[in-house]
Design a protein around this ligand. Structure first.
Ligand code: PEP
Ligand code: MG
Length: 767
């Protein structure tokens, strides 16, 4: 290379600008680019591999390898060093490439004579589009500057791939799947319930770069400054004017997003890009692609979420540098399909037209999910291969209740959907008319039905369902949307607002249940090999008593002068419960002593344990005297009793909660609680399934806490079941060696006129 690496790279960029300005075809441009890069970076080989349909990387242009190998050499994603760069979306910088375990020899390229290799991914729109490689026959150590230079050149190549001939090749590959591409069903996780139908709108951020290289860097810095100012003003307006007014967790999400938009490091990197000769657009694009690449390699869900906010901001900035933000010509019923998207990106759409959101990544606690929940939009997340399976305007049915979607559904699926929606509308009016009815079984046994909540937005369901109380308030979300612990004032504000919305009905606050699938990066290091059994839940609270004390203090302050219900999750032994309660007492005493603070203590404090760890079943005699109530977390209890990871779809369905074993264990727990006169409730998912809830009434359960979406169906079942008949029927079955009592219980319901919400949509479609 002539001069310093930096000079070579600048010169390469200058020459690339001429190539881009010409009228050559995409192939001719790539041929030119490999020549320029080889010369300017003093490489004996420069090659471009382009990713084709079917996860194939095809050699598209080379300087230095055998030309006959062009369009012949093909690698699978992950195959060889080039395939590894594409798979990991990370550069590979090797002075002795052949010593690398992933080296794969391709005789047609004549490659074996080259020792060193520097490969960078070509990324656009968050996807790897190819790989750019340089090679030398000596064992050369490529510098960081050279690596960075190659990455900038890769941004240029990404533009060619996306804009020219290759985009058409991509399109024809898609069309090649045939216009009558078949109907398909995809399973993800249910983040927000609801059933919806509409047309797919693919959220592929529409940003184009009209010019890669700057004529005048000063002009570009000024464009960047102006676009940043405009972006901040527009963001403030968007966030203030959205439908999301009023208190709620979404405020925290949007505020943290605003902070990201002002991130200095990010801005500095864009400025550096401009200094190296790029336009402001191209520099922002480079930083964005780099962000996406980093995101791919991060497994920590919290950090991924933050990086996805940053990507959102970068796209927004590029839109302000270009034609501005806005979505035109969208259908009335939008099913928004995205790899992932930021909270503000969702708000850019006319949210009154969004029927559902489906994402390839995301999670129940991702920022966009929290915003969507606050808006009442059904969400299914974590659908593998989603973006590859959906074309724009494809009809889609989203079944948020069961975490599945139907792309291009067949006529029969649509008919079932129409019937289900009709039946649901009818049922909704039936449920509404049941709201005023006392919840008693056909044989006049009173049953307490309660709801599970996790956000302020969920509290509306208390009055809409007519539930007796919030049987479980999961307190994790405010902790997960922040980068540090919410302080005492913030927590107190949240719990006070929850209690205000409960209008006097009890709210059973569960203390922080993090760990397992809910990691808090500022507290945990993710090193638990088996997180479900690791440092989680009350174990964290007891090891970090300051944190538990602060949460309990916030609850005590919020419930000043009212009743306070607190429950501790994942209790595994009596001593743990006693220690946790002791922390609560210390805080209550502190409040008593300091009544100069003007905060009166709660009028009543009731404490409970969650039974989720099987070992606690055999300690009930010792535990129950200490409890005001017991709440059974059947999700975790079932997971531990049957040794199945509840989040692993391969095994999650393997055993049934209606197995005689689980039901007998639950019956034994109930008997113990009855003998000790301790109120007991069950708040796992089974309480929200009408048939499973019926079985629970059959073994003697009299209080359930469930998802608000299931309330009407469970109430309808409760009103129509006779628990004496049912218990008599179930009694002998609890000894049976059956895998599940599901079929027998369904037959009982049918024979005895118990109303079970007619087949759920999922059952109907799969039959
Ligand atoms: C349970 O385990 O049943 C429960 C209600 O807690 P979570 O689902 O939040 O773990
Ligand atoms: Mg649990």
């Amino acid at each position: 290379m002539d001069g310093s690496p930096n000079t070579g790279h600048r010169k390469a960029l200058r020459r690339l600008r001429q190539v881009m300005a010409g009228s050559a075809s995409a192939q001719e441009r790539l041929n030119e680019i490999v020549k320029i890069v080889a010369v300017e970076m003093a490489a004996e080989v420069c090659s471009i591999y382009v990713q084709r349909a079917g996860e194939i990387l095809e050699l598209f242009a080379t300087q230095g390898l055998n030309r006959d190998a062009v369009h012949v050499t093909r690698l699978q994603l992950g195959e060889g060093l080039v395939g590894t760069v594409a798979l990991t979306a990370e550069p590979l910088n090797l002075s002795d490439a052949q010593a690398h375990p992933d080296f794969s020899y391709r005789p047609e390229t004549g490659e074996e004579v080259f020792a060193s290799l520097l490969g960078v991914p070509i990324i656009r729109g968050g996807r790897v589009r190819g790989v750019l490689v340089i090679q030398n026959s000596d064992q050369r150590n490529y510098s960081d500057e050279e690596e960075e230079a190659l990455q900038i050149i890769a941004v240029v190549i990404a533009e060619i791939i996306a804009s020219g001939y290759f985009a058409n090749a991509d399109a024809s590959a898609r069309l090649g799947r045939g216009r009558s591409f078949p109907s398909s069903r995809h399973v993800g996780i249910s983040v927000n319930w609801g059933l919806a139908e509409g047309e797919a709108v693919l959220h592929t951020p529409n940003v184009s770069i009209r010019q890669m290289f700057a004529d005048d860097s000063a002009v570009e810095h000024e464009r960047l400054r102006k676009a940043m100012t405009e972006m901040h003003a527009a963001l403030d307006e968007l966030l203030a004017s959205s439908r999301l007014r009023g208190a709620g967790e979404h405020h925290e999400v949007l505020n943290s997003y605003r902070r990201f938009a002002r991130d200095r490091g990010w801005l500095r990197r864009i400025r550096e890009g401009i200094d190296s000769g790029l336009t402001a657009d191209a520099a922002a694009q480079q930083v964005r692609e780099d962000t996406v690449a980093r995101m791919r390699s991060i497994s920590d869900p919290y950090l991924r979420e933050r990086l996805s906010d940053l990507e959102d901001v970068a796209i927004r900035l590029m839109q302000h540098l270009g034609d501005g933000v806005g979505h035109q010509d969208l259908p009335d019923d939008i099913i928004l399909v995205a790899r992932n998207l930021g909270p503000a990106e969702l708000l850019d759409y006319d949210t009154s037209r969004i029927r559902a959101l489906v994402t390839e990544e995301g999670s129940a606690t991702s920022h966009v999910s929290i915003i969507a929940r606050a808006l009442g939009i059904p969400v299914v997340a974590k659908i593998d291969g989603l973006m590859k399976s959906v074309d724009p305007r494809d009809p889609i049915i989203v079944d948020g209740d069961n975490g599945q979607i139907f792309v291009r559904p067949t006529e029969s699926v649509r008919t079932i959907l129409t019937d289900t929606l009709k039946a649901r509308a009818q049922r909704r009016s039936v449920y509404a008319s049941m709201r005023g009815l006392k919840t008693v079984t056909r044989n006049a046994v009173p049953i307490s039905l309660n709801i599970n909540c996790g956000m302020l937005a969920d509290m509306q369901w208390l009055s809409e369902t007519g539930a007796d109380s919030v049987g479980l308030f999961r307190t994790e979300i405010p902790f997960m949307v922040r980068s540090t612990f919410p302080d005492l004032a913030q927590q107190t504000r949240i719990y006070s607002e929850v209690l205000a919305r409960a209008e006097g009905r009890p709210v059973h606050f569960r203390t922080l249940d993090i760990g397992g699938d809910k990691q808090l990066p500022y507290l945990q290091d993710g090193k638990d090999e088996n997180p479900a059994l690791g440092w989680r839940s009350i174990r964290v609270g007891l090891d970090r008593p300051g944190m538990l004390r602060q949460q309990l203090r916030a609850m005590l302050h919020a419930a000043s002068g009212q009743d306070l219900y607190v429950m501790f999750p994942m209790i595994a032994e009596v001593a743990e419960f006693k220690t946790a309660v002791n922390v609560l007492h210390i805080e209550r005493d502190r409040l008593d002593r300091r009544n100069e603070s003007g905060i009166a203590p709660p009028s009543n404090i009731r404490v409970g344990a969650m039974l989720e760890v099987p070992g606690l079943i055999w300690q009930l005699d010792a535990l129950l005297p200490h409890l005001d109530f017991l709440s059974i977390g059947s999700n975790d209890l079932f997971q531990f009793l049957f040794a199945i990871d509840r989040g692993n779809p391969r095994v999650a369905q393997r055993y049934d909660v209606l197995s005689p074993a689980l039901l007998s264990a639950l019956r034994d727990i109930l008997q113990k609680c009855d003998e000790a006169s301790v109120p007991v409730s069950l708040c796992g998912e089974m309480a929200g399934d009408p048939l499973e809830a019926m079985a629970l009434l059959g073994i003697g359960m009299r209080s359930l806490s469930l998802s608000p979406s299931a309330f009407g169906a469970v109430k309808a079942m409760t009103l129509t079941v006779d628990t004496v008949e049912l218990s008599a029927y179930m009694h002998p079955l609890l000894q049976a060696p059956d895998h599940s009592l599901r079929r027998k219980l369904r037959a009982f319901a049918l024979d005895h006129g118990v109303v079970l919400e007619t087949r759920r949509f999922v059952d109907a479609v799969l039959d």
